[in-house]
Design a protein around this ligand. Structure first.
Ligand SMILES: Nc1ncnc2c1ncn2[C@@H]1O[C@H](COP(=O)(O)OP(=O)(O)O)[C@@H](O)[C@H]1O
Ligand SMILES: [Mg+2]
Length: 266
């Protein structure tokens, strides 16, 4: 067999025609599965009473496996955007589709079901149930799954292990550090295997070192295939995210190219 370059220079004899793929089912190329974006916002406007236009025509698509930073100054509409993407609120105008579901077509009840099944939330202030052990807080993330309690607890223990807190399962929130509380909150958010993890300033209440640990955890979940949108006004954190969407006065003013799933920077 001659080398590739020589082969190109001299086409040689006409090769046999390639086998007809229709003759051999194994050779028929299968259509690649259609990848529905996890988030699809088009022309989204959100007005609050008092004529505050918190979102002013946002178009945003997030594909499966992306890690996106939503960055912008205080009051720019980041939390409003997260509420809309998280289906906690409906837009005044525009369309929102989550995992291919047009939320305008869903009743509040069906929307709650979609949210429970597809979306995990992490907030700046953790929102853990006080007086309840870490494992029970995490198991709460499966409350709407219909699983029996023992299975929920077993999965919760596994989720705590994933965030490095296997040895804190019995601790209640007041017995945990801020960073540990946020890791419990992340375990609760991901225990049901959501299509989308939304985090609103997850490091906002933490010291630098704990914040780093939380961001490392989000990066690790992204490497495992999770789709994550994280709000931050910390430019240092944002810089390390593979895709950054900048918002100002309720509008997307910059969007670095959609990233490849599982790829990070730096
Ligand atoms: N529930 C609300 N009612 C009225 N105005 C609101 C409400 N929530 C947010 N806003 C206003 O909408 C704008 C965007 O707020 P927000 O989305 O919280 O910004 P960010 O999270 O970027 O700080 C701000 O001007 C804020 O005052
Ligand atoms: Mg906010």
């Amino acid at each position: 067999m001659t080398g590739t370059l020589e082969h190109l220079a001299d086409p040689g004899p006409t090769p046999d025609p390639p086998p007809d793929p229709a003759q051999d089912p194994a050779q028929v190329p299968r259509p690649s599965p259609v990848r529905v974006p996890v988030v699809e916002l088009s022309g989204v406007v959100k007005e609050y009473a008092g004529c505050v236009r918190a979102l002013d025509g946002v178009d945003l698509t997030v594909g499966a496996g992306e890690l996106v930073g939503i960055v912008g100054p205080s009051g720019s509409g980041k939390s409003t955007l997260l509420h809309i993407v998280g289906t906690l609120d409906r837009p005044t105008a525009g369309t929102v589709a989550i995992a291919g579901h047009d939320i305008a077509a869903l009743t509040d009840r069906r929307l709650s079901a979609l949210r429970a099944r597809h979306i995990g939330f992490v907030f700046q202030a953790f929102h853990l149930a006080q007086g309840v052990s870490a494992v029970d807080n995490v198991a709460e993330g499966l409350l709407y799954s219909g699983m029996p309690r023992a299975r929920r607890r077993r999965l919760a223990v596994e989720a705590l292990a994933r965030v490095g807190l296997a040895d804190r399962a019995g601790h209640r929130p007041h017995e945990l550090s801020g960073g540990q509380k946020q890791r419990v909150a992340i375990a609760r958010a991901v225990v049901g295997g959501p299509d989308l993890l939304l985090a609103d300033e997850p490091t906002g209440a933490l010291d630098t070192a704990s914040g780093e640990t939380v961001m490392e955890l989000l990066h690790a979940l992204h490497q495992e295939g999770a789709t994550i949108a994280v709000i931050t006004h910390d430019t240092e954190i944002a810089r390390r995210l593979p895709r950054q969407v900048r918002i100002r006065d309720g509008r997307v003013v910059a969007d670095s190219a959609p990233s490849e799933p599982g790829k990070g920077v730096s």
